[in-house]
Write a protein that binds this ligand. Structure first.
Ligand code: NAD
Length: 259
């Protein structure tokens, strides 16, 4: 018996990194998954990989800064598969590193991708989860949503927001059998990690990109960065019945960094 047999789920930012590892794992565990991302080629490649492995995937290409698209992904998934059991709002954005002289367009983009999109998708998802008698909502914050980040204060503010949203919503919808949790990754070796490490004041400094990624991993107690598949395994646990008594949790997956 697979852990997500007969379930239907949606994952945003699913064409790369942790999101892609997540949809591939969920599909192997029996779920039909909506693969949401702005990268059309990446969505197509991800869906092909899922189908080649015998899974079921719905490609949904669009821009999650568009509130309408954030809601529409839910309706399109439900009309394809007849219901919804879980939603993982994984999309995010590093935002501006600056405080003084901050680029307002980059600030707005970070608000849209870290905060607005999950509110709109969640509002659309709730009635469908209720109709199934319960379900799971999952989000992605960061260790910067648990402890302050001097290199990315704007990002940190928004990820604290995602943690606050998770905890509040968890209490609000618990009586309806809907669980709400958030994963707080440390450094995960994806394209986004390179954006953070390229910030002029972020440690480690003055190295080529690959060297910086490896050096960043050595700063953690476990001595390496996280692999996207390790976040996917955590996400599978949290959306599955194995986590049936876990709600409102902000789980660090950070190699001991925030211990
Ligand atoms: N990589 C890390 O070290 C790290 C650490 C902590 C938290 N996070 C969080 O993880 C999440 C994603 O990270 P990742 O490392 O898996 O990313 P990634 O760089 O591998 O992938 C990001 C995906 O988002 C998609 N995307 C970008 N803009 C979009 C838009 N407007 N609409 C729809 N899709 C869009 C991209 O096409 C891409 O496929 C974010 O919430 C991020 O804040 C990352």
């Amino acid at each position: 018996m697979q852990q997500l047999d007969g379930r239907v789920g949606i994952v945003t930012a699913a064409a790369s990194g942790m999101g892609r590892a997540g949809v591939e794992l969920f599909a192997r565990e029996g779920a039909a998954v909506a693969v949401v991302d702005i990268d059309a080629d990446g969505v197509a490649a991800t869906c092909r990989a899922i189908e080649a492995a015998g899974g079921t995937a719905l490609p949904l290409v669009g821009d999650l800064t568009d509130d309408g698209f954030s809601r529409e992904i839910v309706e399109r998934t439900v009309s394809e598969y007849g219901g919804l059991d879980f939603f993982w709002g994984h999309a995010g954005h590093p935002g501006p590193a600056a405080v003084e002289g901050l680029d307002p367009a980059l600030f707005d983009l970070a608000i849209d991708l870290n905060l607005r999109t999950i509110v709109h998708s969640t509002a659309a998802a709730l009635p469908h989860l209720r109709r199934r008698g319960g379900g799971a909502l999952l989000y992605t914050a960061s260790t910067a949503g648990l402890a302050g980040s001097p290199h990315s204060p704007v990002y940190s503010m928004m990820k604290f927001g995602v943690v606050g949203w998770t905890r509040s919503l968890a209490k609000r919808v618990a009586p309806e059998g809907i669980r709400v949790n958030v994963i707080c990754p440390g450094g995960v070796d994806t394209p986004m990690l390179r954006t953070f490490l390229a910030r002029p004041d972020a440690p480690p400094r003055n190295m080529a990109a690959d060297e910086m990624v490896a050096a960043r991993g050595k700063l953690t107690p476990l001595g390496r960065n996280c692999r996207p598949e390790e976040i996917a395994a955590t996400a599978l646990f949290l959306v599955s019945d194995a986590a049936s008594y876990i709600t409102g949790a902000a789980l660090p997956v950070d190699g001991g960094m925030t211990a």
